[in-house]
Design a protein around this ligand. Structure first.
Ligand code: HEC
Length: 125
């Protein structure tokens, strides 16, 4: 009888253990994904040579538009729209750009790439 109970407890433990394990994994992978997106965004920023016209932390074109603290100033959506279609975005947000005409050429990025760069820029606070 005692053996039977022990067996049932063991079987129950084995049944529950993977579920507990996978729960933990899920939380972990979610965090890792967010970090990966920031890293990917940083790589893309370099790859697309945004620093030809922008500076971050004293790196890049210091005569260009600084993106230091941009993550504090602008929303993620704002950044994505700017990266995807600067012409339209600057035109639609005269206040944010103090009435300046657009000088940022189209960057021809995929939405997912713009989104990753925005994740990276949002960390600059
Ligand atoms: C040829 C120069 C040039 C390149 C290359 C360029 N930008 Fe820009 N960018 C500008 C200018 C100039 C502005 C200021 C707004 C305007 O006049 O269009 C700007 C504005 C921005 C803004 C908005 C800043 C604010 O005040 O809110 C973001 C974000 C941005 N650029 C990101 C990028 C990213 C990311 C890349 C690379 C994929 C990039 N830019 C490449 C010239 C450039």
């Amino acid at each position: 009888m005692a053996k039977k109970i022990l067996l049932i407890v063991l079987v129950a433990l084995f049944a529950v253990a993977p579920a507990l394990g996978s729960g933990k994994k899920k939380i972990k992978s979610k965090g890792t994904t967010a970090i990966n997106m920031v890293k990917r965004g940083k790589d893309l920023y370099r790859q697309y040579q945004c620093s030809d016209c922008h500076s971050i932390d004293g790196q890049g074109n210091l005569d260009g538009v600084s993106l230091d603290k941009i993550g504090k100033k602008r929303s993620r959506q704002f950044l994505i729209e700017q990266i995807l279609d600067p012409e339209k975005h600057v035109e639609n947000n005269p206040k944010a750009f103090k009435g300046d005409t657009n000088l940022m050429p189209p960057q021809q990025l995929e939405k997912a790439e713009a989104s990753a760069i925005a994740d990276y820029l949002k960390t600059l606070k």
